[in-house]
Design a binder for this molecule. Structure first.
Ligand code: FAD
Length: 496
């Protein structure tokens, strides 16, 4: 396209649409006009309540007041995900957003911890993680310290529909135009295939230079109009269904998500201030909807507030996420089950990537290529991280879990597991959103105890390494005494 982008049209007003509208307007201000089209008849998917820490940066950049946002979206603090029964029935571990241990030298803390175990240390890796200690006691407070030992990484649980409304207000105040209507036809240039306008059911046409497809799993522009293909990853991640149901809140809200493996599939529990979000993710090849509903409803730990709602999906991604003058953001560009709460993050990083490459003059093939390469890497590393949880299970109670143990892994993941087993080494992939600590926690939590560790951890004698570990352990315990219960923190912080 040879002319500058002056008008951006966002198709869809779910979490993806309003996140895109709010951030693009904030950054580009009056350089561009933004119009968002959404259909009340179609509505939004209405699930997606758990996030990962980078959302804080996104919100801060928008100038969103954390206290007001938490209060309005019934938000709670998320310090970790508790994976229960994933390795074996009755066992659990935390994937925390913290930094276990401390920086001790050339290599990661877990190497020193492995070294210390040889010297007789009995504490687990999680005993050195402030996030894990706070989860155990359901405590939280903001820590004002530059010392990385006291780092307490956190994200949020919130009602995503309310979050969307919050962003809508910000975006509209900043000048984003919202149009209510159902898109019936996508008008394309006869020669180039570039999208020229969206035609609504009532005949109105919305013209633009750049179109962002946020129409959810339909992918109205990217998949349906431009015919971009979908790379189906069901042979690795076979879940294709979820049942979601809200239930009454508990007396005490936990500062973490629970992910509980069931005989077939897994169940989430997300604590909000006014209710819990629950759901079961499963594969229809292994479990009928009726059995799934029974499994979910009989395993709720507070009374249900509604009937379960079914959502079907296919895991995978569009082979391109930017094609011609259309960028797919959110569910229109791919889906990964919510095991690690990554979808809202993928929306955020897609918008930021687009902004980094935003064309001042014309849309060029080089931008499209770079955008697509980076999003492919990002999607694939998350996919691999999710497969890891399934593959490393040791459950014997169903065909489902046994089949997961026999998965043929993507090469990179197979190498990653082998390297960790042999030498505790973690290799960072480009655009991997998960830190070394995340991979270490899940691999160890799922039962890998590396055969060796990095030689630099041998510079300490037995007595020295045990002493260092003791000091770190004591330091990690220190802030706990001043911490508030999670509910007390929320009540004081938000004034509710
Ligand atoms: P949608 O919410 O589906 O919005 C699509 C928009 O397009 C709507 O406004 C709709 O009206 C509009 N639209 C569609 N067709 C038309 C048309 N013809 N004309 C006009 N408008 C149209 N993510 C997380 O980060 N954490 C989680 O814990 C999490 N849990 C999930 C659990 C499940 C079971 C599922 C399925 C997803 C989960 N997700 C989670 C993903 C999360 O729900 C989505 O990433 C997020 O809601 C964004 O959705 P969206 O905006 O892309 O699509």
């Amino acid at each position: 396209m040879s002319h500058p982008v002056k008008k951006v049209v966002i198709a869809g007003g779910g979490t993806a649409g309003w996140m895109a509208a709010a951030l693009l307007k904030k950054v580009l201000q009056n350089q561009i006009d933004i119009e968002l089209v959404e259909s009340a008849d179609i509505g939004i998917i209405g699930v997606g309540e758990a996030t990962i820490p980078p959302i804080q940066t996104f919100n801060q950049f928008l100038g969103l007041d954390e206290k007001a946002f938490l209060k309005e979206a019934h938000g709670t603090i998320k310090l970790a995900i508790s994976f229960e029964n994933w390795r074996k029935e009755g066992e659990s571990y935390l994937h925390t957003f913290g930094a276990p241990g401390a920086t001790l030298g050339f290599t990661g803390f877990h190497h020193y911890w492995l070294r210390a175990r040889q010297a007789g240390l009995t504490q687990s890796l999680w005993d050195f993680d402030l996030n894990a200690l706070c989860c155990e006691q359901a405590k939280f407070n903001k820590i004002q310290s530059d010392n990385p030992v006291y780092q307490l990484g956190y994200a949020y649980h919130f009602d995503s529909a309310l979050y969307g409304q919050f962003l809508r207000r910000l975006a509209e105040q900043a000048g984003v135009r919202r149009t209510e209507g159902t898109i019936e036809h996508v008008k394309q240039h006869l020669q180039t295939g570039f999208v020229e306008a969206l035609q609504l059911r009532d005949g109105r046409e919305i013209h633009g230079d750049l179109f962002i497809d946020c129409t959810g799993m339909r992918g109205l522009l990217l998949k349906q109009a431009l015919g971009v293909e979908f790379d189906d990853w069901s042979h690795w991640l076979c879940a294709d269904s979820a049942l979601a149901v809200p239930s009454e809140r508990h007396q005490q809200t936990l500062p973490y998500t629970r992910s509980i493996a069931r005989q077939t599939g897994w169940q989430w529990r997300i604590p909000l201030t006014h209710r819990n979000g629950n759901g079961l993710v499963y594969s229809s090849a292994y479990l009928s909807d009726e059995k799934a509903a029974e499994m979910l409803m009989s395993n709720l730990d507070s009374p249900a507030l509604d009937e379960p709602r079914k959502i079907s999906f296919t895991t995978g991604r569009t082979t391109r996420q930017w094609h011609k003058n259309v960028v797919g953001i959110g569910l229109s560009s791919g889906f990964l089950e919510p095991l690690e709460s990554t979808s809202i993050h993928l929306i955020q990083s897609g918008i930021i990537r687009l902004l980094k490459m935003f064309p001042n003059q014309a849309i060029t093939p080089s931008m499209e290529a770079l955008y697509n390469r980076e999003s492919e890497q990002e999607f694939e590393t998350i996919r691999d991280f999710i497969i890891l949880h399934y593959y490393l299970n040791e459950r014997t109670d169903s065909d489902f879990w046994q089949d997961m143990q026999r998965l043929t892994l993507p090469d990179r993941l197979a190498q990653k597991i082998a390297a960790f087993k042999d030498t505790a080494t973690i290799f960072n992939e480009q655009n991997d959103i998960f830190r070394d600590a995340s991979w270490v926690q899940v691999m160890m939590g799922q039962g890998i105890m590396p055969a060796d560790y990095h030689p630099s951890a041998n510079v300490h004698s037995d007595a020295q390494i045990l002493d260092v570990m003791q000091k770190i352990h004591t330091a990690k315990q220190q802030p706990l005494a001043q911490m508030l219960g999670h509910d007390d923190f929320l009540a004081r912080y938000t004034g509710s």
